[in-house]
Every structure is written in structure tokens, then in C-alpha cells.
Design a protein around this ligand. Sequence first.
Ligand code: CO8
Length: 260
Amino acid sequence: MEFNNILFELEDNIATITFNRPKVLNAMNMETALELANAIAACKENEKIKVIILTGAGDKAFVAGADINEFRNKKPSEIMKFTEAGHSALRIMETMGKPTIAAVNGYALGGGVEISMACDVRFASETARFGQPEILLGLIPGWGGTQRLARLIGIGRAKEFIISGEQIPAQRAYEMGLVNRIFPAEQLMNEARKFAQKLAGLPSFAIKMAQYAINYGYDLPLDNANSLEIQCMSQCFSTQDLEEGVAAFLEKRKPHFIGK
Ligand code: CO8
């Protein structure tokens, strides 16, 4: 695959997507949004890929938001195309049934924090900074920030974050539940890879069913969500990995999962 604005690497069942426009702190333009969508589609299709890590090139930024130079002077209809492209790529990523890890290595602002929130987990360097500064430019988050942030950290904190446009350091993001784990900057990628390797060795169908139940059950009334969980849980009993996991436990040995 050829990309101009992202790097795509595949090693040991783990794909790493690196936003690669360091001169503009990896800001997202339309071309990068389309490349992200293509990279995610490739990850979804490729059976070898079990886990995806997203990160930013350089040591300063994950993604410093949408490319402000590009969206300047655009018409609402053109902006709508850009926001739809972003929403679509992020939703496919969020629901593709393979775990995604955002390794936030610096600024995650605007679209950057929105990309990270569509990942299953967020690891951050101690030097990372988070914010939805759109309000300072006269706009609002447009890649899911008004929705995913409230779901992740609660409506009160999300409103404070979005209407003030303030930035917060990684430690505060961790305390709020926006970030799962924080590490010294030089350890971030190693830790993300270690976690990815661990996930790649787990029963992939069960991971998919867990994501499915959480993603599609979250906004349902509890009875409907519970019945979705029952369906997803029951489906796991069709896999060889379940037989292997249970047998290995009973035989007191390490399981060997095959992803089926
Ligand atoms: N877009 C374009 N260029 C950028 C962006 C950006 N988002 N962020 C940084 N850059 C560029 C700077 O212009 C600068 O370029 P140059 O060297 O040519 O002057 C270069 O990157 C380095 O940046 P700074 O010199 O500003 O570096 P600092 O360390 O001084 O500051 C900051 C770093 C705090 C990250 C600062 O660059 C900043 O505030 N950036 C803008 C952050 C921002 O407002 N992001 C939100 C954008 S809006 C958005 O994301 C909406 C998303 C979804 C909806 C899409 C609808 C269009």
C-alpha cells in the first residue's frame, strides 16, 4: 500500500499506523483522512492483522487536530465531506472487531483526541497533552468529540473540556479516565507493542464479541443490551479457541489459541 501522509508497518500480526506530517504536528487534512480510511479497511480485511496501533511521527504530536490551513475558507458542504470522511473511518475502526491502541506520543488536540477516542484503549506518554480546542477557532468538535468524550469521561467533564477549549496534561487525562495508562515517553511504543502482542495471542473471536456487545449495547436499554450480550456470549461456544481455553485451564497448561 502506498501512502503520502501515514506510515503503515506490519510485524508479528500487529499493524502500526503512524500519522506522518511532523512539520504540521501531524495535522489531519482530507488526504490523510482518506488514507486512514484505506489503512483501516486493509487492517479489517487482512486476516494476519490481529491488533492495530496508531501513533504520530516525531516526539511532539500524536495529531494536533484538523489541518487548519486546509479547512480555512471552506464552504459548509466541503466541511461536511471532511467530517463525514472522518466519522466514517473512525466508526469502521471502532467496530471492525480487532483491538486498536492509540499510543499518544504528544499533542492530541481536536481531531487527534477524537481519533484516540475511537480506539479501544489509549496509552499516553507523560509528555502528551489533550484538548478539544475547536471552540477557540469558532467551531465545535466534528469527528465525534461531542459524543465519545461524554461517553468516556461523563457529560459534565466533557462539557467543561469542550466549551473551554482548555488543554490538559496526560496525568489529568489519566485521572479523568480519558487515558488508560501513561508511560515515560521513551517507553510508550514498547509498552504499546507489548500490550498489542498480548492481545494478539488471545482468542480473537471472543475479543470481537466483547467489542460488539460493548459498542452496540452501550446505547440500548439495559434489557436489550443484556440480550445482545447473551447472543454474543453464546456465539463464543462455536469456537475451537473456547474449547482450547477451557481444556488448558482444566489440564493446568498454557492455552494455544488459533483465532477460530
Ligand atoms: N493545522 C495546521 N497546522 C498546524 C496545526 C493544525 N491543526 N497544528 C500545528 N500546526 C503547524 C503550525 O502552524 C506550525 O507550522 P509553521 O512551522 O509553518 O509555523 C507547526 O505546525 C508547529 O506548530 P507550532 O509552531 O504552533 O508549535 P507550538 O509548539 O508552538 O504549539 C500547538 C503547538 C499548541 C499544538 C499549536 O500548534 C496549536 O495550537 N495547534 C492547533 C491545534 C488546534 O487548534 N487543533 C484543532 C483543530 S480543529 C479540529 O481538529 C476539528 C476536528 C474535526 C472537524 C473537522 C472539520 C474541519
